[in-house]
Design a protein around this ligand. Structure first.
Ligand SMILES: [Zn+2]
Ligand SMILES: [Zn+2]
Length: 234
């Protein structure tokens, strides 16, 4: 487990921060908040992390999802059953998390069918449906930024007190900053607009669904990436 700030911790997959792992984040406050839940089968690792942080499973009050993909929601149902935590997600991703709509990624259908043989999604009811600008009453206020494109309801979380952003799959940093998988991204134009939106913000740290965080003056790195993108996509 990596300490990012005194209130943000990150676990990563069995294969470190390689392509096949998804990061799970913990926000420590009077209670515990989990951001994304990784691939199915990581429950024991998450439980161990929670104990290492000095909390018990009953201290998990909220689970926030950056988006519905199965590598971020794999342990959601079990965690919900064990902790009774509130599940929080953007309103546009709710039908997919709750299993009321099939995943809208025609280009990825073949891969998805294969993946779902191992990581079949379990529908879970969402308790709190958020939208752009909402503030979660966690650690003095976590602001929701709607960053659609990868999925319709993808969100980034601005943890204001820590000057940090958690952006899910808006960008990845497995080897270097990169766009998320094209096959699993529903609208690339919207995706680029969302990156530009984040690039115009000021923040010190940025954390990704895949790969290591940028720990200092991170908005400069994201800004440079967005400038490069404009050259190739204009
Ligand atoms: Zn994704
Ligand atoms: Zn992902």
């Amino acid at each position: 487990m990596n300490k990012i700030t005194s209130h943000i911790y990150m676990t990563n997959g069995l294969r470190g921060t390689g392509i096949l792992s998804t990061n799970v984040y913990y926000i420590t406050d009077t209670k515990l908040t989990i951001i994304d839940t990784g691939y199915k089968g990581k429950l024991s690792q998450i439980s161990r992390d929670i104990k290492k942080l000095g909390y018990s499973l009953s201290d998990v009050e909220n689970i926030v999802l950056t988006h519905y993909h199965i590598d971020h929601t794999g342990n959601l149902l079990k965690l919900k059953q064990i902790t009774g935590a509130n599940i929080i997600a953007h309103i546009d991703d709710v039908p997919y998390i709750e299993g009321r709509l099939p995943h809208p990624c025609p280009k990825a259908l073949k891969h998805l069918k294969f993946m779902e043989r191992f990581w079949n999604p379990d529908p879970v009811d969402v308790d709190v449906k958020v939208k752009d600008g909402d503030i979660l009453p966690i650690l003095g206020g976590i602001k929701i930024i709607h960053t659609p494109g990868h999925t319709l309801g993808s969100i980034s979380l601005h943890i204001q007190q820590e000057d940090a952003l958690i952006i899910g799959d808006l960008l990845a940093n497995t080897f270097k900053l990169s766009l998320p998988s094209r096959e699993f991204t529903v609208d690339i134009k919207e995706e680029i607009q969302s990156i530009n939106k984040i690039a115009d913000m000021k923040f010190n740290i940025v954390c990704f669904g895949h790969g290591l965080p940028l720990m200092k003056n991170a908005n400069d790195g994201v800004k440079q990436f967005s400038v490069k993108l404009k050259k190739y996509h204009s």
